[in-house]
Design a protein around this ligand. Structure first.
Ligand SMILES: Cc1cc2nc3c(=O)[nH]c(=O)nc-3n(C[C@H](O)[C@H](O)[C@H](O)COP(=O)(O)OP(=O)(O)OC[C@H]3O[C@@H](n4cnc5c(N)ncnc54)[C@H](O)[C@@H]3O)c2cc1C
Length: 312
């Protein structure tokens, strides 16, 4: 007989792992489908210092491990699958389809998060993995004693720039505007770091290379100044994210930019189908909001199951 899952969660980042904890703790058959190690984007960052109750902060991968263990302790099941390719309404519930197989669920919580944006400039694709990176935690140690650039102006850009100063001799921080949008206390620390050199009003237009590796970046001035070329070995890009919402196309409503529209119960426009975390159209993309939305989505999915509306 085919197993019927009560709550299928697609994505094992902070939103999916928290939803799994709440679903499993309520004794619902809760299954997380994830393609990688649990933790989502936080496994790409060294330190999270703004999760409540952890004033000293904690390593991102460690938070992922703890969230995973917490959900598993209460009975959530984890399936490391090929990516879920389709979510299809079926028999009053949903069929999840991947190259590894299919599963049937009464409710689904989409927690597929987001993917870093690319600059889309010359040299970026050619030197990806050969000096161009989106993960300072993964690649920072390769740049001991070298010069690197960080592109971006938000919290992630400034935090990762500070992290990179542990290894690099100099970090060029390149921002297209005159002011950063990062949280003020993060700005204060980054700007007082002697290894960080800020380049305001500069847009990267090309990543150059030599013998198959990054050798520099060309910056265009937005304030009328001349273009400049910085010689360096690595370029780290933190210029925002886009939602992993392809599974919702044609199934649930999407907002501009492809973010999944949700109501206050985290339900999408399709009954029984919820979304939580970075993939949604809610403004704050952080661990604490992803966790809160995951909890709400699981709580509401449980109420939906209890209501008897689902016929599967
Ligand atoms: C460099 C960096 C630094 C950051 N620093 C902080 C910080 O200091 N504090 C903070 O609060 N936040 C920080 N963030 C933001 C935070 O990481 C995100 O807001 C949070 O991870 C969102 O959680 P999520 O569960 O919604 O999505 P994600 O973390 O993106 O997880 C989504 C998961 O879904 C999986 N997935 C996607 N598609 C499929 C599919 N089709 N099938 C199966 N699985 C799928 C992915 O593999 C991934 O594991 C940072 C982000 C980055 C990139």
């Amino acid at each position: 007989m085919t197993e019927i899952i009560d709550i299928a969660i697609v994505g094992g980042g902070p939103a999916g792992l928290t939803a799994a904890l709440y679903g499993a703790r309520a004794r619902a058959n809760t299954v997380v489908f994830e393609t990688q190690l649990p933790g989502g984007q936080i496994i790409t960052t060294d330190w999270i210092e703004n999760y409540p109750g952890m004033p000293e902060g904690l390593n991102g991968s460690r938070i992922g491990e703890l969230m995973h263990a917490h959900a598993e302790k209460f009975g959530a099941t984890f399936r490391t699958f090929a990516p879920i390719e389709e979510i299809r309404p079926d028999s009053g519930g949903f069929r999840l389809v991947s190259d590894d197989g299919e599963a049937l669920a009464r409710t689904v919580i989409l927690a597929t998060g987001s993917t870093p944006r690319k600059l889309g400039i010359a040299g970026e694709a050619e030197y990806t993995g050969r000096g161009v990176s989106w993960c300072a935690t993964c690649d920072g140690a390769l740049y001991r004693g070298k010069i690197v650039a960080v592109v971006g102006g938000g919290d992630a850009a400034l935090e990762e720039a500070m992290f990179l100063t542990k290894f690099a001799e100099r970090v060029h921080l390149i921002h297209r505007r005159e002011e950063f949008r990062a949280t003020k206390c993060i700005q204060e620390r980054a700007l007082s770091n002697e290894k960080i050199e800020v380049h305001y009003n500069r847009i990267p237009v090309e990543i150059t290379g030599h013998e198959g590796k990054v050798s520099g970046i060309v910056l265009q001035a937005t304030d009328g100044g001349p273009d400049e070329m910085l010689a360096l070995s690595g370029v780290f890009e933190f210029v925002g994210v886009h939602p992993n919402s392809d599974l919702m196309v044609g199934l649930a409503d999407l907002a501009d930019g492809g973010w999944v529209k949700v109501d206050s119960s985290m339900m999408t426009s399709y009954m029984g189908l919820y979304a939580a975390g970075d993939v949604t159209d809610t403004p704050l993309k952080q661990v604490v909001t992803a966790a809160g939305q995951g909890a709400t989505a699981a709580f509401e999915a449980l109420r939906y199951l209890d209501s008897g509306v689902c016929t599967l």
